[in-house]
Ligand binder design. Structure first.
Ligand code: ATP
Ligand code: MG
Length: 222
């Protein structure tokens, strides 16, 4: 198999001195391209910390993180921005849409630095159709249900066709029916060949994926 992610002796310590908390301590972890991985474990186990490191929203205190052959810990500001924008699609529990932009404009935000041309706008419309939101292009996030907002967030995560999808509790704010719809969409992404990591307490996520990682007190347990 083709390895996409490799962690080597990665630690993330928050705070310092007597208030230091070791949120993550992973000796070795490898994830192949195309895997669908659920990250589970109790609250405070380190799930969000791991996803933030993989998405380069945060840096480890120690160790090395390779994604697609690139050492994230060695990248500078500009390269990190490009990595976050082009290689990774993020989906958050709280959707994190921009409230004053329409659904279509929200989907287009990853393209904003260079501006969205005709082809990109067409792709955004097509992605909204794919997540079941044809006709909702002009609506503001406040005019959409939670499940619909999360589907806009998924379309946004896909705009620049990233290899890696990171979803942190994507069904955490949703009822069971809407949650199921989001899990189905994540499964579709996996079937399209994306590498998908989902942090979740939702048993249905663990049941749908090809591998379950369990984090307790920052460590992987089997
Ligand atoms: N910014 C921070 N400053 C200090 N400690 C933090 C910070 N973020 C997280 N922690 C601590 O790191 C540990 C891991 O937190 P993390 O958010 O990764 O857990 P989690 O598995 O995502 O939990 P949950 O299921 O509640 O989302 C916890 O002990 C938490 O209190
Ligand atoms: Mg979390």
């Amino acid at each position: 198999m083709d390895m996409l992610i490799s962690l080597d002796k990665v630690e993330r310590v928050y705070g310092r001195g007597s208030s230091a908390v070791k949120a993550l301590d992973i000796g070795k972890l490898q994830i192949d391209r195309g895997e669908f991985v659920a990250v589970t474990g109790p609250s405070g186990g380190g799930k969000t910390t791991l996803l933030n490191l993989l998405g380069a929203l945060d840096r480890p205190s120690r160790g090395r993180i390779l994604v697609d052959g690139k050492d994230l810990t060695a990248l500078g500001g500009g390269a990190l921005c490009r990595y976050r924008r082009e290689k990774v699609g993020f989906i958050f529990q709280a959707y994190c849409l921009l409230p004053t932009l329409s659904a279509l404009q929200n989907v287009l935000t990853p393209a904003l630095p260079q501006g969205a041309g005709r082809a990109t706008r067409d792709r955004a419309r097509q992605l909204l159709r794919r997540v079941g939101l044809a006709g909702a292009e002009k609506r503001l996030p406040g005019e959409l249900s939670g499940g619909e907002q999360q589907r806009v967030a998924i379309a946004r995560a896909l705009l620049l066709d990233p290899d890696l999808i990171l979803a942190d509790e994507p069904t955490g704010n949703l009822d069971s029916v809407n949650g199921k719809g989001i899990i189905e969409l994540l499964k579709d992404l996996h079937e399209m060949g994306k590498t998908v990591l989902v942090a979740s307490h939702d048993q249905r996520v663990a049941d749908s994926c090809s591998r379950v990682l369990r984090l307790v007190d920052g460590a992987l347990v089997s």
